[in-house]
Design a protein. Structure first.
Length: 276
């Protein structure tokens, strides 16, 4: 029995590779999450480093709560089943009038996971509009893995600046417009990207990557994940603990080790050792 997504929503996700919008937070809650983020940024010189942008749910209690939000997990359970891990999370932030963009890509390209049974929940902390660089997705493009090449372009928000090595028909793309507090769901092989922010306010999204406990990491040893629902009968990933307080010393140590392991997998073969 479905917990949250309707039969029509499930059919749309399977057909298109994505589904939106789903309301997760009230407007005032989304504003508070933005405020929490901006207080952290202010305490760290105004911007989050690569390490702080990666897996911040291991450092901050309010993000540990968000990755376990029942609405998000109910929707993900409809797609992946009852035993769910958070494999990673990251912020995608575009400042006002900034040239930062996300090239056309598929998430699965360098993740090294054993099957494409991965769902990204992208939670909007601010409105996501055409003007401020909302994601764009090509419906039905999740059926196969495409070739990519790395650019490491300075304005590209992706870890390796990766982009699809074949032509993408942008006329087919759908703009994923979200209100603050809403989320979209997309398949790990979905062809997607997003342009620069042309507006006078920043665009902030928080991406959470969920996997079933049955998946394995094939590209390296010692990958980590966080059990957020059900049971892990497989133990393919080293378990991660939720932080007891924000930036607790033990949380910092765990986060540093987990992010270092993830970087070795994501940047394998490039000579890069840490997130940009």
């Amino acid at each position: 029995m479905n917990r949250l997504l309707s039969a029509a929503a499930l059919e749309r996700y399977q057909r298109d590779g994505f589904y939106f919008p789903i309301s997760v937070l009230a407007a005032h809650e989304a504003l508070e999450y933005r405020g929490q983020l901006e207080r952290v940024e202010a305490a760290h010189g105004g911007h989050l480093s690569g390490e702080l942008r990666s897996k911040p749910h291991l450092l901050f209690t309010w993000l540990a709560d968000l990755v376990r939000h029942p609405v998000i997990l109910d929707a993900v359970e409809d797609l992946l089943g009852p035993d769910i891990l958070v494999w990673s999370s990251s912020f995608f932030i575009k400042e006002a009038r900034d040239p930062a963009y996300v090239s056309w890509h598929q998430d699965a390209t360098y993740w090294g996971l054993s099957a494409p049974d991965v769902v990204t929940a992208w939670v909007a902390f601010t409105d996501a509009t055409v003007e401020n660089g909302a994601m764009r997705m090509v419906p039905g493009s999740h059926g196969e893995q495409l070739l990519h090449h790395d650019t490491f372009a300075p304005d590209n928000l992706l870890s390796r600046g990766q982009e699809i090595a074949v032509e993408v028909d942008e006329a087919l793309a759908v703009d994923v417009r979200l209100r603050a507090g809403e989320m979209s769901l997309h398949h790990v092989r979905m062809v997607h990207g997003s342009p620069a922010n042309r507006s006078d306010d920043r665009r902030v999204g928080f991406a959470i990557r969920y996997i079933p406990t049955s998946l394995k990491q094939l590209a390296g040893d010692g990958d980590c994940a966080t059990l957020v629902r059900g049971v892990d009968a497989y133990h393919h990933f080293a378990p991660e603990r939720r932080p007891t307080t924000d930036l607790a010393p033990e949380a910092r140590a765990q986060h540093a080790e987990s992010v270092a392991r993830a970087a070795r997998i994501l940047y394998r073969g490039t000579g890069v050792e840490r997130f940009r």
